[in-house]
Design a binder for this molecule. Sequence first.
Ligand code: ATP
Length: 445
Amino acid sequence: MEKLVSLCKRRGFIFPSSEIYGGVGSTYDYGHYGVLLKTNVKNAWWRAMLRERDDIVAIDSAIIQHPRTWEASGHLANFTDPLVDCRFCKQRFRADHLDQVQCGHAPSKHPGEAPECDLTEARAFNLMFETTVGPVKESGATVFLRPETAQGIFINFKNVLQVARKKPPFGIAQVGKSFRNEITTGNFIFRTREFEQMELEFFVPPGEAPQWFAYWTAARRDWYIELGIRPDYLRLRPHEREELSHYSSETSDLEYLFPIGWSELEGIANRGDFDLRQHTEYSGETLEYFDQQTKERYVPHVIEPSAGADRAALAFLCDAYDEEEVEGETRTLLRLHPRLAPIKVAVLPLLRRDGQPELATEVYQALRGAIQAEYDEGGSIGRRYRRQDEIGTPWCVTIDHQSLADRTVTLRDRDSLAQDRVAIDVLPGELERRLKAPWRTPKLA
Ligand code: ATP
């Protein structure tokens, strides 16, 4: 993980937040390539949810919602982690994560293992961030930054049903920031206090819930594999009965083999009719579906695939990171799926003279409208290739002296290092073809 963290900083994917002030626990800022990568992850999710199907609509709800939302959802009462304090080192730990963290004064040990450790009993700590609305703190109502995007979907169920002309089975999808005052953070962007979620609430007739749970569990696994994750690095872990959340009758975690071990990437839950019934009770608005044809009235059940955009980006980065020996040197690269790569093509003049920069600029400008491209003329060609390898650019186009004579370029492939001579006229079509072609990571070979 350290190598990846260092690459992310060096190449401008992800920086520790507020670094000039010494940082603030477990928050990160995304740099240029990080923004492009995470945007591609979210776009791939939207594409699978919206563009490739007709039964899902989008929503973008507010971060601050009516506080009753969190009473109804159970977050006020139940969204807690067990917390212990150490009276000796004054640090706080999640009681169920003691075996994963370091003791505050004897880092080679876990909390509670050193003779001086003096841990309190575990107590429940609510993970929601509180703030107040209105100019006067005392008189303002306490509100919460949403700890998940899902509730913004449930409280809009009626609005969407009235306008979307959909009937169950249908879904409402949302991507947005969520906030959790996590006790145990760390492991880079795996667990942070603010993060982006990609959540689908899929409303189905009650009798169809088990089959849709199986459907979404498989579909979500396939999504990661299609985007290049090695199947051996993914597994499904069904929750034991005692692990299930208060709202769920069935949950499976899709786990990825991160460098820290198997850890949750996405959760898929059968939430039954819990949420719609709770919001009906707390708001007084009836949240149900009336089928005009059959005259049947029912509260739909909900299947929820809930993913983290940052955690998914981390999994794609971990899976893509590679080092190989090329001509006695170590080549570090990100073998990202071309659809996820921040930059699809870099245009590089071999020399900064003889008309090469001018022709390279012409090629770059012809490509940039269609795909994310970058122009780079600084430094030796070897250094520029290394830089593009490290940010995961699948193709480099090099303009050399021959290009000026016959209007051809070399097209270098990040994974195979093959260099093909391609005419400038057919270059946009060739890149489009390559971008659409199925891609498999060479790490599988
Ligand atoms: P965990 O057990 O890791 O705390 P969770 O079961 O509480 O996760 P969910 O509430 O199911 O997580 O959230 C759905 C998804 O949102 C997770 O699978 C993960 O991808 C993402 N997520 C949740 N909490 C965080 C966090 N603190 N930082 C980054 N991503 C998160």
